[in-house]
Design a binder for this molecule. Structure first.
Ligand SMILES: [Zn+2]
Length: 547
């Protein structure tokens, strides 16, 4: 550490390599090592040696690894106790994509050198040869952001001339269910109460993403898309393959639904001149374990839906419509098939089967009405057992719960069951009020400075499309959202502990001012060194001093 802090080009690069060296892959003990490393970095600063009570940790609830969100406070001298939150996540995605170079994934210098002998896509090759880029897992997403934020803290707490307080929050598990941020939200409430802080602004430093394939522009963001993960569970009626018209194939039901929901413009929105990405299927599977000549009875799909404004209620009702359309289509196809085979509808056993459409809550209520509290108990017991068996794959667990509840309604088959799997990310964007306008002003001022002093063009985007923890700084229509999640997401509050009340209680504008990189989550993940270690640190410092 030269000059008593790390906020220099060399200092940030050292810090970055030190952070990348810890293999903090989501859901592994590497995350625990990262938590320790962050604390030991902070403890090298005299400021925290004198005041170790300004370093905080908060454990994720019910976490097998006992992972923790880490925070540190810098107290400025502002009688109003205005505070800027610096947000980052310290986990990274896995390294399966690195192939035989996996052992080098966390050693960026060696890995970058080794890539010189590898076949690479053209653009990655050019970047490599320019010498301005460094490759490695997590170097872009998002240890660079964390390094720059830590470096800023190290400089500020040396100088003690900043009016604002800074509160750095670093979380695990961001790349999976954001459970680290849920602990972080609790921690933010606790620290606020303890020190009487006023949270004015959150600055996250996730990297800039291209807005379309091949886009090379840099962006800062003033909000983020939201995300829902509906699960459509299909219960068909099984039959022998020799008599396919005697039943209804669940795999067909799932594919008909997926065909209608894929890229469906029913979910298209535009807000502040931007559009949300269209829905796409993340998983489509039947649940047959082995080969035989019986048609699949059950299948499900997981659907990725990104939102700008629409509520969970809106999304559920659009899904129901797709369910009804799918059912109509199946009925029509069967009718045509009967006709072309010369069958009469209604004659003897030939009857048009159209699947019913239920939501989870509708079926659950039906069960309660028909079987009373024994039904509730049976479901709860099954769910407990499933939780132990299925670990933390919440999509699979949700499908298993769907299977249990559907098994009580064999007499209603065939039917679609529409429900929600974790995770849930609220969409966040800036409002028109004073606090939010100020947040927007900070971003615009950084962009102007980048142009004037560094000749860098940086665009501003209202909705970050890469999903991030900034979603958990604000929640609109809390009651309505909670109602839908309580009813339609069986794991809500039972394994998926999203603290909706506390999130709504933060209501802090959150923007993203981050480094520049390419190919996050790929083996060619890389960081642009000049922008990330020279321009960004100056802009971030400007942001906290100009606030
Ligand atoms: Zn990230």
């Amino acid at each position: 550490m030269s000059m008593g802090h790390w906020n220099t080009k060399e200092g940030i690069l050292d810090l970055l390599l030190r952070l990348v060296r810890v293999p903090s892959v989501t859901g592994t003990r590497g995350e625990l090592r990262m938590e320790e490393e962050i604390v030991s970095i902070l403890m090298e600063l005299p400021y925290y040696q004198k005041q170790p009570e300004y370093i905080f940790k908060k454990a994720i609830r019910h976490d097998a690894l006992d992972r923790k969100a880490v925070a540190c406070l810098y107290k400025g001298n502002d009688e109003r106790n205005r505070t800027i939150i610096l947000l980052s996540h310290y986990d990274v995605v896995g390294v399966e994509d690195f192939g035989r170079l996996t052992p080098l994934a966390f050693s960026p210098m060696d890995y970058t050198r080794a890539l010189e002998r590898e076949e690479l896509p053209k653009e990655a090759k050019e970047d490599l040869q320019s010498g301005d880029w460094i490759f490695g897992r997590g170097i872009m997403d998002m240890k660079a952001g964390l390094a720059v934020q830590l470096a800023l803290i190290s400089e500020v707490c040396n100088q003690k001339d900043l009016g604002y307080n800074l509160l750095l929050l670093a979380t695990p598990d961001e790349e999976r269910y954001s459970a680290g941020m849920f602990a972080g939200v609790e921690l933010l409430h606790e620290i606020r109460a303890q020190f009487g802080l006023n949270y004015e602004l959150t600055i996250c430093s996730e990297p800039s993403f291209g807005a379309y394939p091949g886009d090379r522009s840099k962006y800062f963001y003033t909000g983020s898309v939201g995300k829902m993960l509906p699960l459509i569970y299909c219960t068909g009626t099984e039959t022998h393959v020799g008599e396919p018209l005697e039943g209804l194939n669940a795999a067909w039901m799932a594919s008909v639904f997926a065909e209608r929901s894929e890229l469906s413009t029913d979910f298209l929105e535009s807000s502040q001149g931007e559009r949300n990405p269209l829905p796409t299927t993340l998983k489509l599977t039947d649940l047959k374990e082995s080969y035989d000549v019986q048609t699949p009875t059950n299948a499900y799909i997981l659907l990725n839906i990104l939102t700008l404004l629409q509520s969970p209620e809106d999304v559920m009702s659009k899904l129901r419509n797709i369910g009804i359309e799918s059912s109509e289509y199946i009925g029509k196809r069967l009718m045509e098939t009967y006709q072309s085979l010369g069958y009469q509808e209604g004659a003897n056993t030939r009857k048009i089967i159209k699947p019913e459409v239920y939501t989870y809550w509708e079926l659950y209520e039906k069960g309660l009405k028909e079987h009373g509290s024994a039904f509730r108990q049976a479901i709860e017991e099954h769910v407990k057992k499933l939780e132990q068996d299925l670990g933390t794959n919440m999509g699979k667990l949700t499908a298993a719960i769907a299977g249990v509840i559907s098994s009580y309604f064999k007499h209603l088959a065939p039917f679609y069951l529409i429900m929600l799997s974790p995770p849930f990310y609220p969409h966040v964007y800036l409002k028109e009020d004073e606090k939010d306008e100020k947040a927007r002003g900070v971003v615009m001022s950084c962009i102007a400075k980048a142009k004037k002093e560094y000749n860098e063009e940086i665009g501003v985007v209202s909705y970050f499309q890469g999903l991030s923890d900034v979603s958990y700084f604000r929640l609109r229509d809390k009651e309505k959202v909670a109602k839908v999640l309580e009813k339609e997401m069986p794991l809500y509050g039972a394994g998926y502990d999203i603290p909706l009340e506390l999130i709504a209680g933060l209501d802090v504008p959150a923007v993203n001012i981050g480094p520049y990189g390419k190919d996050a989550h790929k083996r060619t993940e890389r960081l642009h060194i000049p922008f990330s270690t020279e321009v960004l640190p100056a802009l971030l410092k400007h942001a906290v001093y100009s606030c």
